[in-house]
Design a binder for this molecule. Structure first.
Ligand code: TYM
Length: 330
């Protein structure tokens, strides 16, 4: 019953929990843009997921629109990819319920977001606990083949595959099996303290941060206190990792050689990183300012994206309903 067409689809989602940061860009958004040329692409703003952390309606609304503007400014092309907001495709929440009926609790107990919260002694709600099932529905609803994400989401894609496999086993071939697409060089972008860059760790640098504030944050990136003269291994240094994301091959090679030779200060590396980062996002920043003035255009893009997404998700949901028997009159 799975579709036999040769079209390959890419899908990914991103939570509007705040403004996007360098980790989001290099771990995910850059891949969305690169893949939209070769695949039928679906990208969405995961506001239903964000509701597990944002409990302020105005903030969620504002972040959702900001997220759309950011993605378009960074190069997501609405002629190539469907861009839409999660909650505008209700088919996905029905699919989530259907999948939930076949989800073992143990599978969810092993998922890291829930485990980490529990380990900290915090109480988790059912939304956080069942989050991976909604994510599975997000992916399976579009017959997605490829899911570009950072390393932290790979476990959720494994859960998705488990749920798809189990459903297919019970009810016959229904779902397309998705695969994570993770780039080695940016699977886990470090934050200013060397841990994974993440809003919840307070170590982020935003893509569209005001350049002055971006520079300040870069200058505060934590480094060690070894003497300047000492040769250093670039591969183990998170400042070098961040620099590498923005640098050309020759700039990266030259900086790596400087590290190995020693006799440099981290201040020089930070300044070079800030210069590269400012130039890297300059065009997108300008485009963002224009898009922010054209709300109607952005809303139009989302509306078109929603139509395309609902058509696809509706087809898949129909197939699922027939397969498991909730389409009782069929
Ligand atoms: P979210 O919103 O936390 O992050 C969006 C994307 O950014 C990647 N990312 C990173 N990559 C590398 N280094 C980092 N420091 C870093 N920080 C974030 C994430 O891996 C992600 O790809 N559950 C998802 C959203 C989601 C989704 C989906 C993704 C909902 N449904 C379906 C794919 C498919 C999340 O919370 O991502």
């Amino acid at each position: 019953m799975t579709p036999m067409s040769d079209v390959q689809r890419v899908l990914s989602g991103i939570q509007p929990t705040g403004r996007f940061h360098w980790g989001n860009y290099f771990g995910a958004i850059r891949q969305y843009i690169a893949l939209q040329d070769q695949y039928e692409a679906y990208y969405f703003i995961a506001n239903l997921h964000a509701l597990t952390t944002i409990r302020n309606a105005e903030e969620l609304r504002r972040n959702t629109l900001d997220a759309a503007i950011d993605l378009l400014a960074l190069g997501l092309d609405p002629d190539k990819a469907a861009l839409f907001v999660h909650s505008d495709v209700p088919e996905v929440t029905e699919l989530c319920w259907i999948l939930m009926t076949g989800t073992p609790l143990g599978l969810l107990e092993r998922c890291h977001a829930y485990k980490e919260k529990k380990a900290k002694g915090l109480t988790a709600d059912a939304g956080l606990f069942t989050y991976p099932v909604l994510m599975a529905a997000d992916i399976l609803a579009y017959d997605s083949h490829l899911v570009p994400v950072g390393e932290d989401q790979v476990q959720h894609i494994e859960v998705t595959r488990d749920l798809a496999r189990s459903f297919n086993h019970h009810f016959g071939e229904t779902f397309t099996m998705p695969k994570a697409h993770v780039l080695d060089t940016s699977a886990r972008v470090p934050g200013t303290d060397g841990e994974k860059m993440s809003k919840s760790y307070g170590n982020t640098i935003e893509i569209f941060e005001d350049p002055k504030s971006m520079r300040k944050k870069v200058m505060r990136i934590q480094t060690d206190s070894r003497p300047m003269e000492e040769p250093k291994d670039p591969q183990t240094d998170h400042l070098f990792q961040l620099y590498s994301l923005f640098a050309s091959d020759s700039e990266r090679e030259a900086m790596a050689a400087t590290y190995r030779k020693g006799g440099f200060g981290y201040g020089m590396v930070k300044k070079s990183l800030a210069d590269l980062a400012e130039a890297y996002f300059a065009t997108a920043r300008q485009r963002r300012a224009e898009l922010a003035e054209d709300r109607d255009y952005v809303l139009g893009v989302l509306e078109e994206g929603t139509k395309k997404a609902r058509a696809k998700a509706g087809d898949v949901l129909g197939r699922v309903r027939r397969a498991c028997g909730v389409a009782w009159h069929a």
